[in-house]
Design a protein around this ligand. Structure first.
Ligand code: SF4
Length: 237
């Protein structure tokens, strides 16, 4: 940024911190953490700077053991508690009875239904009464996220949505993790880039897209779990 004869630079961490401070000013705001490496960066920033932003996670019941181990490590490391939301048995039990425990492999509809029960409905409960939420989404993640703004109006949830790491590169995320000794999912050291439920996540190979290991059997232009609307539904706030 040019200012008279002085040139100043805004670092990715500065930009993220400012976006988090803006979020904290927006009322009751919460970070949706999947314990991804991005969410751990945000957790570290929130905790380190004592920001008035809550944190919650969605325990789908199908997470990898490594994610539960990270949850436990985060409890020891950070003061900010993480509220846990689980799927409702009244919705999950009939789904499993009709389609089996792994019915989500059989069609996109069944995959989306499983995500709706295990993620989208608990998300609605987690966001109830909030004025905004914070996510670890980045533009580099997928074609559906390439125009992601730092903040936007989330029409579906009728609240502000903040994406403090929108512009961060993968290298910048990991540089922050290493510099600040942030705990992260052990699966990242085994080739997993983006980590969700165990049966819907695989490791990627060199040159593959970051999210290639998520729902790898689906078209990359359509695979979202329903937590985040398509770019077309977005507008800046
Ligand atoms: S990611 Fe897979 S297991 Fe997890 S909620 Fe979606 S379909 Fe179900």
């Amino acid at each position: 940024m040019m200012n008279g004869s002085c040139i100043s630079y805004v670092t990715p961490a500065d930009e993220a911190l400012q976006t988090l401070r803006d979020a904290a000013q927006a009322g009751a705001v919460t970070l949706a953490s999947s314990f991804s490496v991005e969410d751990m960066v945000l957790t570290d920033l929130i905790d380190r700077h004592g920001l008035a932003i809550g944190i919650f996670t969605l325990d789908t019941g199908r997470l990898p053991e490594e994610t539960y181990a990270l949850m436990q490590a985060a409890r020891r490391r950070y003061r900010t508690p993480v509220a846990v939301y689980a799927p409702q048995a009244a919705a999950l039990e009939p789904y499993i009875a009709a389609h089996g425990p792994n019915g989500f492999y059989d069609s996109i509809d069944l995959r989306q239904s499983c995500c709706a029960i295990r993620k989208v409905e608990p998300l609605k409960r987690a966001l109830a009464g909030k004025q905004g939420w914070v996510t670890g989404l980045r533009r580099q993640h997928s074609p559906t996220r390439r125009d992601l703004p730092l903040r936007e109006w989330d029409e579906g949830n009728a609240m502000h949505k903040f994406n403090p790491l929108a512009a961060w590169s993968n290298e910048e995320v990991w540089a922050y993790v290493k510099a600040n000794d942030v705990p992260y999912n052990a699966l990242h050291d085994r080739g997993f880039a983006s980590i969700g439920c165990a049966p819907c996540t695989r490791a990627i190979t060199v040159g593959e897209d970051i999210r290639a290991g998520r729902w790898w059997w689906e078209n990359p232009d359509t695979k979202e779990c329903g937590l985040h609307p398509a770019q077309a539904d977005r507008k800046a706030s």
